[in-house]
Design a protein around this ligand. Sequence first.
Ligand SMILES: NC(=O)C1=CN([C@@H]2O[C@H](COP(=O)(O)OP(=O)(O)OC[C@H]3O[C@@H](n4cnc5c(N)ncnc54)[C@H](OP(=O)(O)O)[C@@H]3O)[C@@H](O)[C@H]2O)C=CC1
Ligand SMILES: Nc1nc(=O)c2c([nH]1)NC[C@@H]1CN(c3ccc(C(=O)N[C@@H](CCC(=O)O)C(=O)O)cc3)C=[N+]21
Length: 297
Amino acid sequence: MSSSNVIDGKAFAAGLRGRVAEKVAELKSQKGVVPGLAVVLVGEDPASQVYVRNKAKQTLEAGMQSFEHKLPDTTTQDDLLALVAQLNADPQVHGILVQLPLPKQIDANAVIGSIEPAKDVDGFNVVNAGRLMTGAGKPMVPCTPLGCLLLLQDRLGKDLSGKRAVVVGRSNIVGKPMAQLLLGANATVTIAHSRTADLPGECRNADILIAAVGRPEMIKGDWVKPGATVIDVGINRIETPEGKTRLVGDVAYSEAAEVAGAITPVPGGVGPMTIAVLLANCVTSAYRAAGLDDPAL
Ligand SMILES: NC(=O)C1=CN([C@@H]2O[C@H](COP(=O)(O)OP(=O)(O)OC[C@H]3O[C@@H](n4cnc5c(N)ncnc54)[C@H](OP(=O)(O)O)[C@@H]3O)[C@@H](O)[C@H]2O)C=CC1
Ligand SMILES: Nc1nc(=O)c2c([nH]1)NC[C@@H]1CN(c3ccc(C(=O)N[C@@H](CCC(=O)O)C(=O)O)cc3)C=[N+]21
């Protein structure tokens, strides 16, 4: 198929970051406030270090402040809770992201739960998850699922009425909030997971197929309904026969691209959207803290 069915997340994310930068500049001139994002990284995981570096770079490029906190692998839960408490109290910090996964000695739920909901730009806190689920109050919406929804709505329109969506994966950070957002856009939603009986059959029903599994190229081309929109959240680093590494998604891309109406590549699909939405959430938090309406992004 022609390359026109490729959803260019990298370009869409660049556009979103441009709108974020404009809103940052407006807030600065109206209120003298510069949105600030604090990123906390515990341990030395090389992949996480790359993400954190990219986030900091793009934060600065948008005209925002970036605060990086790198803590050793041996950090205790109390140390991390104390840092979060300090960031909660810091008026220059509008968003707090604690990079996951955390080392075994730390209870991730306790740490996420200690982030002030207004500053929880990941949207992982129970307060934000509850707001998203119930519609009570304005949630911070998790970045990856919101990024996926924006890409989908750009292709299919805002209203997904009548569309069957299948989300493969039920994590709190991707699968569950993704399903919630699709429901909010009026799609008919199925959540599949490792205990689903006939996963290929479920996938073949999908007008919208979201893969968030963490298994390299698991979803095959013949699981995709012809014309479906496929969003590949997976980020898997695999070894090539030449002994190098490369990134692949959860979807067997070249097979699936033959049948899909539209599909996100990896890299260059959902990943860049995640960071752009993170910046957008942080700017929204800063507008709210300044007593302003949410910026239109
Ligand atoms: N692009 C981005 O910005 C981001 C990408 N990611 C990537 O997305 C992927 C998913 O991340 P995350 O949700 O955190 O992962 P988790 O490991 O938390 O969840 C994976 C989900 O996939 C399901 N699953 C695993 N194996 C199978 C299988 N064989 N068949 C059907 N379902 C299966 C699991 O089911 P069960 O619940 O039954 O165990 C689980 O619900 C990863 O590749 C991750 O790297 C994550 C965050 C951001
Ligand atoms: N508290 C928390 N929030 C997160 O949002 C979070 C996290 N922890 N832990 C790890 C996952 C993963 N994640 C990605 C972000 C950007 C890319 C990204 O930019 N990917 C590029 C390529 C990057 C590369 O080349 O390595 C792309 O897909 O094009 C990928 C993955 C956020 N996560």
